[in-house]
Design a protein around this ligand. Structure first.
Ligand code: SF4
Length: 377
């Protein structure tokens, strides 16, 4: 049977046989592939969004060890969940996991439903993840089209449309559906992803000489790998300047607070900050205004963190305080303080509190003792 795409026909039997044969010989070993239950596929797929496969291994194993099933995820304490997620970024994904787990316990007897149609109704599960769970865990004949798969399909079929457009994605889902075998959908979908991850890699560096389906590939035949897929540039990110201050008291405890006022990273622990860069002189004034008595202020490292639409350009100050009181309700426009706060030791910070990756430079400075020694200088 042949599948007619926008620009060519593909011999489906040949494509399926070659791709599956290659996959079964070359697939990487991954912890979630050992026991691909719906829960395991779900957790791994959410972790893999925006993160490299190898980087996810340790997070995944730690997460599954701590929360082995949907019920334990539904009941997990929020701070424990954030700690398990720390380093993966995009904390909303972790929050959505818990929210969905609670719904599954209440409405689905603590199980993920086994159809694409039901999975897609769940919070935080989009078409790709629903397709991955339904096909890998439940052998449903559905597609799972992510960025890797779109790259492969665009190159094979010579599709020059913008892959950032929903209409293009829908078309590609149809092409992949027509290529699906009747059996072993799980392997086929994973094979396409694996081909995109291992051989059909981005930026024109595809390893076509090793590719099992190069015979039917438009980009290979026409030497157009570097032109495909077409992906229009995203809008430039907004730059936000921030001044972060790391306050330590006389008991060598650090001040952290729960971020409530903002939608970005809300409910996560952070160091206080002001959303502009300030001079040492201005910072002293701000601290005085909030009633914070200090014995030392030292400028520390600057850092940059990139979110999907925003970039934080941070400068940092270490503040050795001589009083534990902060006047958090002061009626000032640039109020760096939140209502919920605590002072924690270095050990406690490391073990029990999840501070978003955006503050990694400052957390590392505390954990490596650099901040503590500033106090001694
Ligand atoms: S032949 Fe090259 S460009 Fe075509 S699918 Fe294989 S790796 Fe990708």
């Amino acid at each position: 049977m042949n599948v007619k795409t926008k620009s060519k026909k593909i011999d489906v039997d040949y494509f399926q046989a070659e791709l599956l044969n290659w996959y079964h010989t070359h697939k990487r070993s991954m912890p979630w592939r050992e026991d691909p239950t719906a829960y395991h596929v779900w957790i791994s797929e959410i972790m893999l969004q925006q993160t490299r496969v190898e980087a996810v291994f340790d997070y995944y194993l730690r997460f599954i060890h701590a929360l082995p099933d949907i019920e334990s995820l539904a009941m997990v304490d929020e701070d424990v969940l954030h700690k398990l997620w720390q380093g993966l970024g995009y904390y909303n994904r972790a929050k959505n996991l818990k929210k969905t787990a609670q719904r599954l316990v209440n409405e689905y007897q603590g199980q993920l439903p086994n159809t694409y149609e039901e999975l897609i109704q769940l919070h935080g599960i989009g078409p790709y993840t629903a397709g991955a769970i339904a096909s890998i865990a439940f052998s449903q004949k559905v597609v799972a089209v992510d960025g890797n798969v779109m790259r492969v399909i665009a190159r094979i079929t010579g599709d020059y449309r913008d892959i950032m457009q929903q209409a293009t994605k829908k078309e590609m889902e149809k092409v992949v559906y027509d290529l699906l075998p009747d059996k072993d959908i799980s392997s086929f979908n994973q094979a396409l992803m694996e081909l995109g991850a291992l051989l059909c890699i981005p930026n024109g560096t595809a390893k076509c000489n090793l590719c099992p389906v190069s015979k039917v590939c438009y980009a290979f035949k026409e030497n157009r790998q570097s032109e495909l897929p077409v992906k229009k540039a995203k809008k430039a990110r907004r730059i936000e300047k921030r001044t972060i201050f790391i306050m330590m008291n006389e008991q060598q405890e650090y001040y952290i607070q729960k971020r409530k006022k903002h939608s970005l990273l809300s409910n996560l622990w952070e160091f206080p900050s002001i959303d502009k860069h300030v001079s040492l002189h201005d910072l002293k004034e701000i601290l005085q205004e909030f009633g914070i008595r200090y014995s030392k202020i030292v400028k520390i490292e600057s850092a940059k963190h990139i979110f999907s639409h925003i970039e934080w350009h941070m400068q940092g100050y270490f503040v050795q305080v001589i009083s534990n009181e902060t006047h958090i309700n002061a009626n000032r426009k640039e109020n760096p303080f939140e209502e919920e706060y605590t002072w924690v030791t270095k050990d406690s910070l490391e073990k029990h509190y999840s501070i978003p990756t955006a503050f990694k430079v400052y957390v590392d400075s505390i954990e490596h003792g650099d901040i503590y020694f500033l106090n001694k200088k």
